[in-house]
Unconditional design. Structure first.
Length: 407
């Protein structure tokens, strides 16, 4: 007596319709609205099946970001490049254009930047320039005092109201070095955790998604030309944690849905992973919106209304990072995981077996692509009625009995 092979054994009854059958009867499925599909999470959005499109989007965005960083570079703040910072009260009514002109006339060269920081009585005008020697500092102070007559705390015009501070580039380099060390340690710990908690392929996909988030966020900073400050570095490390959190949530659902998938030929690994993305899609959107709102409030209130320009660097990097991180966790990390799984190993063999079985059932006219769940997996909550004269599937429970229980 020979032992039956896996192909001869009946499929496990999961209480859902076979995607091959669903692909035939998609026209009979009811159409649902976008919000309904988002909230039900029945797999109506074919994210994994269209992963080549998202890979193209990712590649284009990464190339633009890298090109901007190479050819445009970054506008490094004084904390990284070093130099001299001069500031005085903005109550004099001076504009940034007037201050820049007075500085240029005094030294024969334009400053690196001139901006107004703060609002109301506490507002100050800050001039950032290359490192100035003692003589140049005196010349600039005299020129600014003669032009604007800034007042000290007692309301008396005084040169002491014009403060000068030298910033060494060594401090900025130390910040950069410590940030890089923190980043490397963070990535190592994350890789080990995901590899232990989930598996090696998931760890690899998560790390690649994190690098995508960093490259795109840095590229946006380069394109916009915002000044890179220590707050920017802190914000970058913060958004990596958010992106990883969202990715781990999706992977946890992927692991749950794909547990035991190799022991049945009803669905592929990619289809179950796509269902996991759909089931966590609304959660990811809600988390992203809730995270973005405080950052937008920070930009509007602190930067726009109160004029605290130093918070702009932190707010912008967080805003960009949150949006990019949400995109990568949904449209990049999981599709990349499926691509890795379906390239070799047992998942690749299982996917080929499922597609071959569907092609055989459809009479060899074609096959349902892996991950193509749009419409088919939406029937997970609705069993497709058997066509007249069609024999029941081996091992399947009587549909009439199941329907009675549901009623």
């Amino acid at each position: 007596m020979t032992k039956p092979t896996e192909s001869d054994a009946p499929d496990r009854d999961t209480g859902t319709a076979d995607p091959a059958d669903n692909a035939v009867d998609q026209g009979a499925l009811p159409k649902h609205s976008l919000l309904s599909r988002l909230y039900t999470g029945t797999g109506a959005f074919d994210v994994v099946g269209k992963r080549r499109t998202y890979y193209t989007v990712v590649a284009v965005v990464v190339l633009i970001s890298i090109a901007s960083m190479v050819f445009r570079g970054f506008s490094l703040g004084i904390d990284f490049e070093g130099g001299t910072r001069i500031q005085f009260p903005a109550s004099t009514g001076a504009t940034t254009e007037q201050v820049e002109q007075v500085y240029s006339d005094a030294l024969g060269e334009a400053p690196v930047s001139v901006q107004t920081v703060g609002s109301g009585a506490s507002a100050t005008i800050q001039i950032r320039s290359e490192a100035l020697d003692a003589r140049e500092v005196v010349v600039v102070q005299d020129a600014l005092f003669d032009a604007f007559q800034p007042e000290d705390q007692d309301g008396v015009p005084s040169k002491n109201a014009i403060s000068v501070a030298d910033v060494s580039e060594t401090w900025g380099s130390q910040i950069t070095q410590k940030a890089l060390i923190a980043l490397v340690v963070f990535l190592v710990i994350v890789s080990v955790y995901i590899a232990i908690r989930f598996e090696r392929d998931m760890a690899f996909a998560a790390i690649v998604a994190l690098f995508f988030d960093m490259i795109v966020t840095a590229g946006v900073y380069s394109l916009i030309g915002l000044e890179v400050t220590p707050a920017t570095v802190i914000g970058l490390l913060t958004i990596l944690g958010f992106s990883l959190y969202d990715t781990v949530v999706v992977f946890d659902k992927v692991e749950e849905n794909t547990r035991g998938v190799l022991h049945t030929t009803r669905r592929t690994y990619g289809e179950q992973a796509n269902l996991a993305v759909n089931q966590t899609l609304m959660r990811s959107i809600n988390t992203t919106v809730i995270s973005v709102l405080p950052v937008v409030g920070l930009l509007v209130v602190a930067v726009g209304l109160l004029g605290v320009g130093t918070l702009k660097d932190l707010a912008v990097v967080q805003l960009v990072g949150i949006v990019v991180g949400a995109f990568s966790s949904i449209f990049f990390a999981t599709p990349l995981l499926v691509s890795i799984k379906e390239r070799w190993g047992p998942v690749a063999a299982h996917t080929s077996k499922v597609l071959a079985r569907r092609a055989e059932r459809s009479g060899g006219s074609g096959s349902v692509s892996s991950g193509a769940l749009a419409g088919s997996v939406a029937a997970t909550a609705t069993t497709t009625p058997r066509r007249p004269g069609e024999a029941p599937k081996p091992g399947a429970r009587p549909t009439g009995k199941r329907n009675k229980k549901r009623q």
